[in-house]
Design a protein around this ligand. Structure first.
Ligand SMILES: [Cu+2]
Length: 498
């Protein structure tokens, strides 16, 4: 492995690339570049929708999960090597409760180091999954195709040998969170390989609502992958880990929900609560129901709305979530309802299918008042963050990411307006702080921008103002593009809550 100074390598070569693929991608709805798979495309709507296992605590408030390599059947008849929390993809779902702290011991038996981020979590800085705060594989080995990165160290890198505990106080409202790898330079291939799962926070406010529950509450992790002929995950890599042709982001040609290709779920003619997550590396979605129908939104990225909202379509950039209710009693028994993505053509335009199998009793309802979200607080200042491609690569305020380089120092307990601008599709994610979208290009935000969020889709040449509140903990956090290839190519920044 030839040594490379920090700040060079793939970041350096971005500047000399031709912009053809990027320009083409920037014109349309696509954020990334399609990677065409080589395995036979499975027939859609044949594989039953899997529901990830719920993680079982080893003691009250204590969990242990091992990241390991596993071979699983994703495409019928073929085996895929995944890197999974617990050896599964998605990883187990963590059921967390507001006011009940949880400690999760993550043991790393993969060939590469890892860092786990609880996305949307109000988490102390040292458990937030900082990219250079890494768990070195148990036994210290670090071979494998992406393993060379284990040998490259970054200034200030913190190593945990084999395992570490992440502490989650869980002081936050009920919400659909997720967790995923967040290691410096290699988040995109690691998440692609399977390192992601749900974490659901519940609380008394939510318990009191008559929303659909139990088997009628479905977490749906939507992502795209491409497969080699033998069923392995394809991911473009050059000798340094990434392929410059895919700097816009990698899009797969097979759509997975909870790790199954275009699955099918049998439902009763009743209401269902769907916790939708776009877990794609780069693909944006615009979800609709075919042959028609509406989503009743009850929650956004970081909690329940004050009151439900009706939508015909749900635009979702990577890592955005919607908590919605769909009433299948609106469809005849025996009919099918397909969740589609109108931003894609052909097979990738389908996501999954529901078959309305029979009538059933339904005690659920969507009340007119759902919750009392935190009020907006008057901002103390405005800051600007520009997400842009420069000659040196994907940058924030003209800078390539360097750990420890602070772009802002907001005060704990205050709110600020953060003005986000871009030259391309950039799903901007802020750690710790939740925000509300105030305006897009100076105008009212979209109805689907409602609620407290941690990720917002900033579109080409758009100006998005968000009101961020800094609650919880002092310390170092990040904001970054959640197109994972952009993130790995240094489109991140640090801020410190003081
Ligand atoms: Cu981006």
């Amino acid at each position: 492995m030839r040594p490379r100074p920090a700040g060079l390598s793939r970041r350096g070569f971005l500047g000399v690339l031709g912009g053809t693929a990027l320009a083409a991608a920037g014109c349309g709805q696509y954020a990334g570049e399609l990677l065409v798979g080589k395995a036979p495309t499975p027939e859609p709507f044949r594989v039953p929708l899997p529901i990830p296992q719920v993680a079982a605590p080893v003691a009250p408030g204590r969990y242990e999960v091992t990241q390991r390599v596993a071979r699983v059947e994703i495409l019928p008849g073929l085996r895929t090597e995944v890197w999974g929390y617990g050896g599964t993809f998605p990883g187990p779902t963590f059921e967390l409760r507001r006011g009940t702290p949880a400690t999760v011991r993550v043991r790393n038996e993969l060939p590469v180091p890892t860092s786990t981020h609880l996305h949307g979590g109000v988490t102390p800085s040292d458990s937030d999954g900082y990219p250079t705060d890494i768990v070195i594989p148990a036994g210290g080995h670090a071979g494998g195709h992406a393993g060379h990165a284990a040998r490259m160290t970054h200034p200030g890198e913190v190593h945990h040998e084999g395992a570490r505990d992440y502490h989650y106080p869980v002081g936050q409202r009920a919400a659909t969170l997720w967790y995923h790898d967040h290691r410096m330079d290699y988040t995109a291939p690691a998440v692609w390989q399977g390192l992601a799962g749900f974490a659901l926070v519940r609380d008394e406010e939510e318990d009191a609502l008559p929303l659909p529950a139990g088997e009628r509450e479905l977490p749906l992790m939507i992502c795209d992958r491409s497969f080699g002929e033998d069923g392995s995950f394809l991911y473009p890599r050059d000798h340094e880990g990434h392929d410059a042709a895919y700097m816009a982001g990698v899009e797969g040609d097979v759509i997975l929900v909870n790790g199954a290709p275009w699955p099918v779920a049998e439902v009763t003619a009743t209401r269902y609560r769907l916790r939708l997550l776009n877990a794609c590396n780069a693909r944006r979605l615009n979800l609709r129901l075919a042959p028609g129908g509406r989503f009743t939104q009850v929650g956004s990225d970081d909690g329940l709305l004050a009151a439900p909202l009706e939508h015909d379509a749900l635009p979702m950039s990577p890592s955005e979530r919607y908590d919605v209710v769909v009433d299948f009693s609106a469809y005849p028994v025996g009919s099918t309802v397909t969740l589609v993505n109108t931003l894609a053509d052909g097979a990738a335009g389908n996501v999954m299918r529901f078959v309305v199998a029979r009538r059933a009793k339904d005690d659920s309802a969507v009340p007119k008042r759902l919750s009392r979200p935190p009020e907006r607080r008057a901002p103390v200042t405005t800051r600007s963050f520009d997400f842009r491609r420069t000659d040196s690569g994907w940058t924030v305020n003209g800078r390539l990411y360097r750990p420890g380089d602070l772009l802002a120092r907001p005060r704990l307990g205050t709110a600020e307006v953060w003005r986000l601008t871009s030259d391309f599709h950039h799903p901007v994610h802020v750690h710790l702080a939740h925000f509300q979208v105030l305006a897009r290009n100076g105008r009212e935000p979209a109805p689907t921008d409602a609620g407290w969020k941690d990720t917002v889709d900033v579109r080409p040449y758009e100006v998005v103002d968000v009101l961020a509140r800094f609650e919880g903990y002092r310390g170092r956090y990040m904001l970054h593009c959640h197109n994972l290839e952009h993130e790995d190519m240094a489109m991140m920044a640090d801020f410190e809550v003081i």
